[in-house]
Design a binder for this molecule. Structure first.
Ligand SMILES: C[S@@+](CC[C@H](N)C(=O)[O-])C[C@H]1O[C@@H](n2cnc3c(N)ncnc32)[C@H](O)[C@@H]1O
Length: 249
């Protein structure tokens, strides 16, 4: 399977110019409740080509090597990555299900671990938009779990086994909750991937946008993996870094 469908379905998102990045940063610092970057973002605005390529390689590999289980995306927003995951599932192994989870109201109140990077309601996309986006690319809808993770990441709404967990919810509380719920369900050799994972000590990425730093994610992982055998590895993702671990027990 080639991965050209990614740009065929979603286009290639333009990189933000240095000028608009600086303007965004200035406006955010002066008027934190104003988000001017949405003016020049396209309909598919969350990921970049590197992130999409990571998703492609990880999921095709897990399916090829027959790691058992379904696929979950914790924080699906308008479905930009969900479309890629669903396309791969439909083409390679339609017996697997994609489950997506989101409040469809953006992020809740951040905790002190998140260091003011986000405000309530940031990154909101409606369930209607999610459905429309799937319709526009002609793919079957995944199983949608709408609501706060505290209510939806339950044994009745999670699959029994997970081959690929994509945790992409930006905040400390949500990431820690997702890890606690997903980890026991991951099959041996399953992969769990974090869309944005920043480790300031790695000096690995040119992280220009504060939202990609998402400090709460690393804090949640540091806490969670203190007594686990796995550790997070970084992946370069254009403007930032992502992280992943492979379940080893
Ligand atoms: C970065 S976006 C996800 C992007 C998506 N994975 C993609 O690649 O297009 C983060 C999403 O997490 C959701 N979210 C964050 N915390 C949440 C919580 N506690 N409960 C439900 N949804 C939450 C937000 O609504 C937002 O849509």
């Amino acid at each position: 399977m080639d991965n050209v469908f990614i740009s065929q379905l979603l286009g290639t998102p333009p990189r933000q110019s240095r000028f608009t990045e600086i303007l965004d940063g200035l406006v955010r610092r002066t008027f934190p409740w104003i988000r001017i970057d949405s003016v020049w973002r396209s309909k598919w605005r969350m990921g970049n080509i590197e992130l999409r390529t990571h998703l492609f390689h990880i999921l095709t590999q897990l399916i090829t090597f027959e790691v058992p289980g379904d696929i979950v995306e914790i924080g699906c927003n308008s479905g930009e990555s969900s479309v890629i995951l669903q396309k791969i599932i439909q083409d390679m192994d339609p017996s697997r299900q994609l489950h997506v989870y989101d409040s469809f109201q953006g992020v809740p109140k951040p905790s002190h671990h998140d260091k003011d990077v986000y405000a309530i309601g940031d990154m909101s996309a409606s369930e209607e938009q999610f459905r429309k986006n799937f319709e526009s690319v002609g793919l079957q809808l995944p199983i949608i779990h709408a609501g706060w993770f505290e209510e939806t990441l339950t044994s009745s709404q999670l699959p029994e086994k997970i081959a690929f967990g994509f945790i992409d919810c930006d905040l400390y509380d949500a990431s820690l909750l997702a890890l606690n719920k997903i980890y026991p369900l991951l099959s041996l050799n399953a992969i769990c991937f974090f869309g944005a994972y920043s480790d300031p000590e790695s000096n690995a990425a040119i992280t220009t946008k504060s939202c990609f730093k998402s400090p709460g994610i690393k804090r949640a992982c540091d806490e969670f993996f203190r007594d686990k055998p796995e550790k997070i590895s970084l992946l370069l993702t254009g403007t930032h870094t992502s992280g992943y671990f492979r379940k080893s027990i």
